[in-house]
Design a protein around this ligand. Structure first.
Ligand code: NAD
Length: 253
């Protein structure tokens, strides 16, 4: 049974990936900072093959300790999904520097740390799949999203470098770049825009977001999870160093 680690997996896209993986033949470990949501995510899978660890992915010692514990128990770590993330929107001039630093820490430095500590285990077994949850924000600019955009562009760079360094070891490394997905991360942004304009969040979707999205809808987390399942399959071994887009046509324009 393959062992998969998913970070930031207590809600949204991460929890959808965990549910999809749990239905297949995987032993899944989810890492997150929110214990209550971890417990809910684990319980919703209704299988013994899913377990959670409370873990702030920016804490290198904790990440290293968890990976080592998992490897000692299962003698393998096959898949790492770097998914933890957060959003904050503000123009560059008023963007708090501490916030900018923290967002890069969670969405760029933490994937680097997790990759660094998982590679020796993957190399031992001559197999590995690393998925970095980037975004279309890693490919094109969005006003107000300096930290998120910088982190996601950087994450695609990290993906390419790691793919090159691991190409000879049966390991693939790819970034997944979703457009707007229906999760708390997006719903919170809609609510903030709605509050600032005194309108309903559904009106923000209809009048501000949908005009930008050719399919005129939010993606479902399960659709992104499905792309991840495809990339971690053994038969996807020829795909590495890529930024795979799932965005309802957004970047085709
Ligand atoms: P979400 O807010 O629903 O979930 C993010 C999860 O990350 C939460 O459970 C949170 O507790 C966890 N987290 C945050 N900081 C952490 C830390 N330091 N350590 C461990 N866990 C931490 O967001 P989501 O929409 O599910 O986003 C998941 C990933 O997908 C993010 O990297 C995000 O940038 C990316 N993404 C989302 C969308 C979208 O439209 N929702 C689009 C493109 C990319």
């Amino acid at each position: 049974m393959k062992v998969v680690i998913v970070t930031g997996a207590a809600g949204g896209l991460g929890a959808a990936m965990v549910r999809s993986l749990a239905r297949l033949d995987f032993q899944v470990f989810l890492l997150d900072i929110d214990q209550e949501k971890i417990d809910e995510a684990v319980a919703s899978c209704r299988t013994k093959n899913v377990a959670g660890f409370i873990c702030d992915v920016t804490e290198e010692k904790r990440v290293e300790e968890i990976f080592s514990k998992i490897y000692r128990c299962y003698n393998r770590i096959d898949v790492l999904i770097n998914n933890a993330g957060l959003q904050y929107v503000s123009p560059v001039e008023s963007f708090p520097t501490a916030k900018f630093r923290y967002m890069l820490e969670v969405m760029l430095t933490a994937p680097f740390i997790a990759t660094k500590h998982v590679l020796p285990y993957m190399k031992q077994n001559h197999f590995g799949r690393i998925i970095n949850m980037a975004s279309i924000n890693g490919l094109v600019g969005f006003s107000g999203k300096a930290a998120y955009n910088s982190a996601k562009h950087g994450l695609i760079g990290l993906t390419k470098v790691t793919a090159l360094e691991t190409a000879a070891f049966g390991i693939t490394v790819n970034a997944v770049c979703p457009g707007y997905v229906d999760t708390d991360l997006v719903r919170n942004q809609l609510s903030a825009i709605a509050a600032s304009r005194g309108i309903d969040p559904e009106k923000v979707l209809a009048e501000i977001i949908y005009p930008l999205v050719p399919q005129k809808r939010l993606l479902q987390p399960e659709e992104v999870a499905n792309m991840v399942l495809y990339l971690i399959d053994e038969l996807s071994g020829g795909i590495t160093g890529q930024a795979m887009v799932i965005d309802g046509g957004y970047t085709a324009q």
